[in-house]
Design a protein around this ligand. Structure first.
Ligand code: NAP
Length: 286
């Protein structure tokens, strides 16, 4: 039997529409429209496209887009000064430093300078720490998108065996924390995991965030599992995920496609985070 396909499009459109309505009500109540500041250092073409899409989505949701571009040879001091300026600017609700940054700049250190209440990417140590303590936080966008898809697909997480392949700060680790918060029993696998196939076969819910095309094959999937593919890999035929979609869909109960799955959720969750940041900042001032 072929798996149910968990499509990102309707879920991301619903989240975007919800945010648009929230922003309208927020402004109607006399507040300034939330402002998302994007910082692009250098001229990496992929990053340019990502930032352009984020800005467009932000405007479509009724928010202000405030964009800053720095030259590829910008110094760390320049980036730091811009972040500090945006931290102090009341028109800026959220700050997004587009990663990766050029090699002379320490992306972790710069991200760490962002005011945690404006950290709409959820990557500062404060927000990562709050998340790991199960406290209110701005959560990284792609992991939030994974959870939104699981919720939409009505996947039972309480007590479920979840396996997350990948332990990055951006995806794997926050997904682990979010699954734990939903009472799943979570195993984290990574490049040093001894028998990856055996570990993956335990999973009722399998999340792949690896960056290796089609690493997860049908032999690694328990019949009836729910498989969430975060991977975006460019190969000759186009974009593919970390899961061998065609084979795994014959074994899983539900699966996200690539493209058209998790990838569509990231910007939607960024907008949701920016609205959330506006509320958190207002509450902190009250
Ligand atoms: P990353 O920082 O490179 O982390 C990859 C993780 O996978 C690491 O923890 C690594 O283990 C593990 N890994 C690598 N090879 C492995 C193998 N053969 N077996 C088991 N584990 C292995 O990547 P990332 O930023 O988390 O991104 C992962 C994927 O998601 C990429 O394809 C990326 O393009 C995609 N992505 C998509 C979105 C989106 O949908 N919008 C957003 C972000 C990322 P070690 O820790 O041991 O090195």
């Amino acid at each position: 039997m072929s798996a149910r396909i968990i499509e990102g499009k309707p879920v991301s459109e619903r989240v975007r529409e919800q945010v648009r309505q929230e922003v309208a009500a927020w402004v109607e109540a006399g507040n300034a429209a939330p402002g998302l500041a994007t910082i692009l250092v250098g001229d990496d073409p992929a990053s340019e496209v990502y930032v352009r899409n984020k800005r467009k989505a932000c405007e479509a949701a009724g928010m202000q887009s405030i964009h800053h571009e720095l030259a590829a040879e910008a110094s760390q001091g320049e980036v730091a000064a811009l972040i500090q300026e945006l931290n102090g600017d009341p028109a800026v609700t959220g700050i997004l430093l587009q990663l990766p940054v050029p090699p002379q700049i320490d992306g972790d250190e710069m991200t760490g300078l962002i005011d945690p209440l404006k950290d709409v990417d959820g990557l500062t140590p404060i927000n990562a720490g709050l998340l790991s303590q199960g406290r209110e936080a701005l959560v990284a966008c792609t992991p939030s998108g994974v959870m939104e898809l699981l919720k939409e697909a009505d996947v039972e997480l309480k007590g479920a065996e979840a396996v997350v392949v990948g332990r990055s700060k951006l995806v794997g680790k926050p997904v682990v924390q979010l699954l734990l918060a939903e009472d799943a029993t979570v195993t984290t696998a990574h490049s040093r995991t001894r028998d990856l196939a055996e570990v993956c076969r335990r999973a009722d819910v399998l999340v792949a965030a690896v960056g290796v095309p089609r690493l997860v094959n049908a032999d690694m999937v328990k019949p009836g599992a729910v498989v969430i593919d975060v991977g975006i890999n460019r190969v000759e035929e186009g974009l593919v995920g970390d899961v061998d979609f065609d084979a795994v869909k014959e074994k899983a109960a539900a699966i996200t496609p690539v493209p058209g799955g998790v990838g569509l959720m990231t910007i939607a969750m960024l907008l949701a985070n920016t609205m959330k940041a506006a509320r958190l900042q207002a509450a902190a001032k009250a």
